[in-house]
Design a protein around this ligand. Structure first.
Ligand SMILES: C[C@H](O)[C@H](O)[C@H]1CNC2=NC(N)=NC(=O)C2=N1
Length: 101
């Protein structure tokens, strides 16, 4: 089933409930800082598991002690959709357990 693009107002509403997330160059983005490179790496693996479960994948960047995500929906022509919001929510849910902030 095709996913519909969210309107700018819908994106703002979703972002209001996702502190730390923003719309940057048409993608939902957030960066996290962690306690070590190993902790950041473990979070990347956890996010990869969620992305496989959802069959929805961000551009996921591992730094020394940072993890950054940028996501939009390829199958919706690069628009932001509920699938991106769902991934952002799932990442928020797991972030605290990794000590990410
Ligand atoms: C075949 C597979 O379901 C698709 O290619 C999925 C994979 N992950 C995806 N991720 C993102 N961000 N957008 C998509 O449209 C998408 N499509």
């Amino acid at each position: 089933m095709p996913v519909e693009p969210l309107s700018p107002q819908e994106i703002e509403e979703r972002l209001a409930a996702l502190p730390g997330w923003s719309l940057d160059a048409g993608r939902l983005t957030r960066s996290y800082r962690l306690g070590s490179h190993f902790a950041a790496t473990a979070m990347v693996v956890h996010i990869a598991q969620v992305q496989e479960e959802l069959d929805h994948h961000s551009d996921l960047t591992l730094g020394y002690n940072t993890v950054a995500l940028a996501v939009h929906t390829h199958s919706a022509g690069g628009a932001v959709t509920e699938k991106d919001v769902e991934l952002a929510r799932r990442v928020e849910d797991l972030a605290a357990g990794h000590g990410a902030h």
